[in-house]
Design a protein around this ligand. Sequence first.
Ligand code: TYD
Length: 199
Amino acid sequence: MTQNSIFIVLDGIDGSGTTTHSSLLKGFLETREFKVYLTQEPSNSEIGLLLRKYLKNKGIPPITDALLFAADRSLHYHKEIKEKLDQGFIVISDRYIESSIIYQSLQSDLISIKWVKNINKFVGIPDLTIILDIDPKIALARKTQQELEKFEDTPFLDKVRALYLKRAKKESYFVVNSNEIIEFVQDKIQKIVLQKLKE
Ligand code: TYD
């Protein structure tokens, strides 16, 4: 791995802006001459595509979701992320393990955080995780009723948000308030990343 090949993850509740900010961050780092690889979870693999389909289906058992997200991540890390890091890229992933820890553990009483960590223990840990925090009511107001996927309802996302904040404190992740205007939020993210790159 070269010096600049760090692994960055942007995570947060649905509608918190992880996709927009991952893409803006990529553009910013490229203007600074860094080689950047942007990716997301669910990934573009066949498992990832299946997961996207399952996001429209409330009948899928939560254990199935958890195992498939872990399988998708294992493939994604070993066949994509690690290879890019080895080639000297900064890798930005829009969502990663924290999404599984939070969404899957809240989906069912049968699913503990410990078990989710266990089935995800064979992949690399990010060098930097930034959590985008937003009020679910504001986040969901941007979507139409037809667009909504199975996790996108306010009471569930209130729990998701609370667990993200609790875990961020425990794991010392950076939390950025995403209720603010995009440029302001992106500026905060860029400062955190540049500081990390200096270390
Ligand atoms: P999302 O970023 O909302 O995709 P899009 O912006 O294209 O709609 O992510 C899809 C959903 O998948 C989101 O509700 C969170 C969920 N998810 C999990 O439940 N577990 C996971 O491990 C991952 C990566 C995502």
